[in-house]
Design a protein around this ligand. Structure first.
Ligand code: TXA
Ligand code: MG
Length: 318
């Protein structure tokens, strides 16, 4: 179906055979479409089409040194683009489909646009556990480059409405499949020989991978993973962490017994808190209050990824 508004209109459509066919057609034409995954909504385009990737960067306003994750149907498709060591294969077998991104050596001559890797000789690749994302990979037959579907640096989208707020008029289509399940981006690990290390905390806690280390610090101007940009996931207002109560003019995001204006999880459940984190940051941003405060969240399991996102949201913007 053609959307009458042309380039400036953004259509939101429920996931149906018709909207998926339209999404596949748009991607085939070199456009970007916002799609649900199990983590956050992604802005997807054909990773083999350099012009499409350039337009995707422009729609997001993303600094082009920050490379993109490529989404594939599984290990067999991944093998067309990256070298898969036994350790990588083992991680794929344990966690794919699912929110684990592997940074692997790019195969020589792999048909991935060099803008996707920002010129690196590695590729970040993952297999999403969501029927819409998988259906689009199947329908296009393409590896899909998909960063989170938000303007660069802002709060990640866990609902179609969040995408619309951020990218309206910049993309033709958003497929709406309701709120995302995990609510936090994928965990990213770099596989090097028979070892691997954590680059970004995410929806799979590091402990489940058998890792304990914090992500390595790198030059913030050339991050090896996005969370390493100091200010990221940022609402318009300043954010104050570890708050026991709301100060004057503050919107308080509570956790457990600290009720707040809204609560990440009254029962203190970290999975529920992860799923609601970005949604409540969007709600707090839209509240009209002049500042946002957030109750303390325990720093274990998924709490580590939650606290990572909160630290970036609260970081100095200058
Ligand atoms: O859950 C997710 O991972 C979501 C959904 C949409 O799949 N995507 C996502 O993409 O979070 P994005 O672009 O917001 O964050 C991906 C990050 C990049 O910012 C980059 O820092 C890192 O992955 N990355 C990409 N390629 C890399 C590489 N070759 N080496 C190291 N890090 C890389
Ligand atoms: Mg992002």
């Amino acid at each position: 179906m053609k959307h009458a508004e042309g380039q400036t209109g953004t259509r939101v459509a429920d996931a149906s055979a018709e909207s998926l066919a339209e999404a596949a057609r748009l991607i085939g034409e070199g456009q970007s479409v916002a799609i649900p995954t199990e983590t956050v909504y992604g802005l997807a385009c054909d990773a083999t089409d350099a012009d499409a990737v350039a337009r995707l960067y422009a729609a997001k306003g993303r600094p082009s040194f920050n490379p993109l994750i490529v989404h594939v149907s599984g290990p067999e498709m991944a093998r067309r683009f990256v070298e898969i060591s036994p350790v990588a294969l083992d991680l794929m077998a344990r966690f794919w489909p699912g929110p684990l991104t592997l940074v692997l050596p790019l195969k020589t001559g792999a048909p991935i646009a060099s803008l996707v890797t920002a010129g690196l000789d590695t590729l970040a690749i993952r297999c999403p556990d969501h029927p819409v994302a998988q259906a689009l990979i199947a329908a296009t037959g393409k590896p899909l480059a998909a960063p989170s579907a938000n303007a660069s640096g802002r709060i990640s989208p866990t609902r179609a409405g969040h995408v619309l707020k951020s990218l309206e008029g910049r993309i033709p289509l958003i497929i709406d499949a309701g709120p995302t399940r995990a609510g936090l981006e994928s965990t990213i690990v770099a596989v090097e020989g028979n070892a691997f290390r954590l680059l970004r905390e995410g929806a799979i806690p590091a402990e489940r991978l058998g890792l304990v280390a914090r992500p390595a610090a790198t030059d913030p101007r050339r991050p090896s993973a996005p969370g390493q940009l100091e200010s990221h996931y940022a609402p318009r207002q300043p954010v104050r962490l570890d708050a026991a109560s709301a100060g004057p003019g503050e919107y308080l995001i509570g956790f457990g017994p600290i009720a707040g204006d809204s609560n990440l999880s009254p029962a203190g459940d970290l999975t529920e808190a992860a799923a609601r984190l970005f949604d409540l940051l969007h709600v707090a941003e839209a509240s009209g209050k002049t500042a946002i405060a957030v109750a303390p969240v325990p720093d274990h399991g998924l709490g580590r990824a939650i606290n990572d996102r909160l630290r970036r949201a609260a970081a100095d913007r200058s």
